[in-house]
Design a protein around this ligand. Sequence first.
Ligand SMILES: C[S@@+](CC[C@H](N)C(=O)[O-])C[C@H]1O[C@@H](n2cnc3c(N)ncnc32)[C@H](O)[C@@H]1O
Length: 228
Amino acid sequence: MKLRIAVPVLLLLVLTLVFSTFGQRNVGGNMRGGRGGARVESLPQGNSDAEKKILAVVDEAQKSGAMFENAPVADARMLRLLTESTDAKNVVELGTSTGLSGLWFCMALQKTGGKLTTFEYDAGRAATARKHFTKAGVDQLVTVVDGDAHKTISRLKDPIDILFIDADKEGYVDYLNRLLPLVRPGGLIIAHNDSMAPDYQKLVTSNPALETLPYREGGGMLITLKKH
Ligand SMILES: C[S@@+](CC[C@H](N)C(=O)[O-])C[C@H]1O[C@@H](n2cnc3c(N)ncnc32)[C@H](O)[C@@H]1O
């Protein structure tokens, strides 16, 4: 009697396991990063020599370890996608590190005819970033500003299409308050690792002039639209 109950229950358990595994694999193909597959974390194929040159520098930096807290590929791919799809011309980045996210921005900017201004206070990382930009053939598109961004951002005057905040987490609110007036209506503010900046999260989600959505692949980002 006990066996008659146990066998179907066991069968049901096995079937549930098989179908749930199969189902997960097929949610979004294998594009889901970290959970069902790894494609979102791998480098895409370049469609031109210029794009392949940038991807080669990203690949080499990853392999050689010329990295410091760089945005995971899943996030960087989204940065490129947002920049190219919005035809952004003026991108500002706070926190250059060794220039990896900058390279992804450049992949889009070389198509949109835009430029990147990026801020970094660690001289060694700024030097590595400059080397990466030169090697990738995009140094003409990038200005690396040395020093404390809380001081140096005062030099920014032009309307910003995309503001990427990825420096000191306790500084996110200051960066937003000071640069929001420069972000053009319809422009984007993207805050990386926003879970480490709860005050920033509160600020952007409570301002009716802004529309904010989370991106939860990689390190996580809050993507905010400055409404018209
Ligand atoms: C998370 S890393 C940036 C990663 C980079 N955006 C990437 O994805 O390749 C943060 C960088 O911000 C820099 N940083 C932190 N506070 C800063 C400040 N007040 N001014 C300028 N740079 C700062 C750090 O030195 C560090 O290199």
